[in-house]
Every structure is written in structure tokens, then in C-alpha cells.
Design a protein around this ligand. Structure first.
Ligand code: GUN
Length: 291
């Protein structure tokens, strides 16, 4: 029987585990604060940011939301970032991507105080992660690590194939999994749109992570018997539903499930974990800043 990995349940346990740290901060008179910054009107981003704000409320984190018009000059976003850097009540914040075309996301990230960079995207934090001394693990890769932990898969020496080389998922996840650490020591292959013989590389893997942003790219024919399949994709594809779309992962679920020993669903797999790890990083930021 293939295990369907319940990301909601793992995330819910993680949120409960955070309560101790939140109470310790409260005893010291501090309450963690997370700000979300959204520039523009991208509907998917609006949904994500709303969910992050709701999460904050549920676990006892102060949520602050900043909205910036999509047509505003980049300087308006930079000013908001400077304000958040200076605000002692904001322990961490994220600037939701994508930003409008006239704004360079790298210039944005460079301005974020690394101590408040709970996405873990600032070059200083990327450098720390690659050096094996991460301050904030980026939320999605960290969530994937926790899901792998939950199914008790042995990473030591395992073959992991990651499909996707993004700065947000593929690159940091590869770096985390190869590290000499209890949750590392894997052998990682990172594939992308120019990779040749992709099927060979996914089929030989003990663990396949699909994070390419291509709907149903990985099907059962690309999965080895008994592999663990983690689907990071959240693709909106047009469908005859009330909303006019449905959410589809990067994995063709049914055919991949037939081969896998464990697999994450979309929704309800990686998504809730990404959100939980943002709360985790916020509490960590607050603990570091208040001590
Ligand atoms: N857009 C998609 N995923 C993310 C994320 O993890 N952080 C931010 N800031 N924007 C995103």
C-alpha cells in the first residue's frame, strides 16, 4: 500500500511544537511579529499571503500586511522594506514573489535585513546555508525535509533526484540534503529543462522531488518501484470548476502512486509545510532577536 503523506497533519504537529517557544517569548514580554509584503495584484500571491496571515493569527504571531500598488515605483517597496527593518515589533518578513516586471527581486532581497529574512533568500543566508550553518532554512525545502523525516526514509547514501533548480526550492534543497548531517548525507542529482535522459535520472532515485512548475511532468513511468515522491508543484490549470481553475502538482498523482511507497498529494502535501516552516522561522527570528 502506498502511503499518502499527510502534510496537513505533519504541519499541524509542527505548529503545536512551536507553542512552547511562543510561550517562552510571551513570558519575556515578547510576541513574534511577521510581516508580509505584497506588491501588485497577482491572485495566487494574494491567496498565499492571506493564508500566511491567517496562520499567524492561529498560532499567536502578530501578522502585519503591507500592500503596494503594482504600478508604484520600486522605491516605494524599498521604503517599506526600510521601515520593516527598523521596526522592532517585526521579527521577520517576506516580500511575496513574483514582484512586478519593473522591479528586480534580487535588488529587493538585498535590502532585507538578513536577521529578519525568514524566507532565507538573502545572499548572507544563502551563503550560511551552503556553508552548512543555516540561520533560516528556506520554508519549502525545510518542509520537504520534515516530510521525509515523517516517512522515516533513510537519506544516508540515498539517491535523490530533484527536478527543478529554482533559487527557492531546487538549489537550497540540494544543498541541505548533501550536507554531512543527520538529515543529509544523500546523493543528489538536480535536473532542469536542459537535462537529457530525465527519465533515467528520476527512475533510479530512491526519492524524487518534483519542483519544476510544470503540471504533471513526472508520471509513473518516471518513478522507480518503491520510491518516495514529493510533489512541490502548485499549478493553476484551467478547469470547468467554480473558480475556473484547479490546482495540479508537478506529478501525475495516480500513475506515480502506483509505483511509489509514499507520495504527497496536491493540495495537502508540501503546501501546508511551507506555511508551517515560515511560522517556525518567525519564532526563531524572534527568539534570536529577543535574547
Ligand atoms: N512565492 C512563491 N513561493 C514563495 C516563498 O516561499 N516566499 C516568497 N516570498 N514568495 C514566494
Amino acid at each position: 500500500m502506498t502511503e499518502i503523506i499527510d502534510g496537513k497533519a505533519v504541519a499541524s504537529q509542527l505548529r503545536e511544537d512551536l507553542q512552547d517557544a511562543i510561550e517562552t517569548l510571551a513570558d519575556a514580554g515578547a510576541r513574534p511579529g511577521l510581516a508580509t509584503v505584497l506588491m501588485g495584484e497577482d491572485p495566487a500571491s494574494q491567496t498565499y499571503v492571506n493564508m500566511k496571515q491567517r496562520d499567524c493569527e492561529e498560532v499567536g504571531i502578530d501578522g502585519i500586511h503591507v500592500e503596494i500598488d503594482g504600478d508604484a515605483p520600486a522605491e516605494e517597496l524599498y521604503d517599506a522594506i526600510a521601515d520593516l527593518n527598523a521596526d522592532d515589533d517585526v521579527h521577520g518578513y517576506i516580500v511575496q514573489s513574483p514582484v512586478p516586471d519593473h522591479v528586480d527581486y534580487r535588488d529587493v532581497i538585498d535590502r532585507v535585513d538578513p536577521a529578519k529574512d525568514v524566507d532565507g533568500f538573502h545572499p548572507e543566508n544563502v551563503g550560511r546555508l551552503v556553508a552548512g550553518d543555516a540561520r533560516f532554512r528556506p520554508c519549502t525545502p525545510h518542509g520537504v525535509q520534515k516530510l521525509l523525516e515523517s516517512v522515516d526514509v533513510d537519506l544516508e547514501g540515498a539517491d535523490v533526484t530533484i527536478v527543478g533548480r529554482s533559487d527557492i526550492v531546487g538549489k537550497p534543497l540540494a544543498n541541505l540534503l548533501i550536507q554531512k548531517a543527520d538529515d543529509g548525507n544523500a546523493t543528489v542529482t538536480v535536473c532542469h529543462s536542459r537535462t537529457e535522459k530525465l527519465v533515467e535520472k528520476t527512475r533510479r532515485a530512491d526519492i524524487v522531488v518534483a519542483a519544476a512548475g510544470v503540471p504533471e511532468l513526472v508520471d509513473g513511468s518516471m518513478v522507480g518501484e518503491g520510491a518516495v515522491v514529493i510533489d512541490v508543484g502548485v499549478n493553476r490549470v484551467e478547469a470547468d470548476t467554480e473558480k475556473g481553475y484547479e490546482l495540479v502538482g508537478d506529478v501525475e498523482f495516480e500513475s506515480a502512486k502506483a509505483k511509489a511507497s509514499a507520495i504527497t498529494p496536491v493540495p495537502g502535501g508540501v503546501g501546508p509545510m511551507t506555511r508551517a516552516m515560515l511560522l517556525y522561522n518567525t519564532v526563531k527570528a524572534a527568539s534570536l532577536q529577543e535574547n
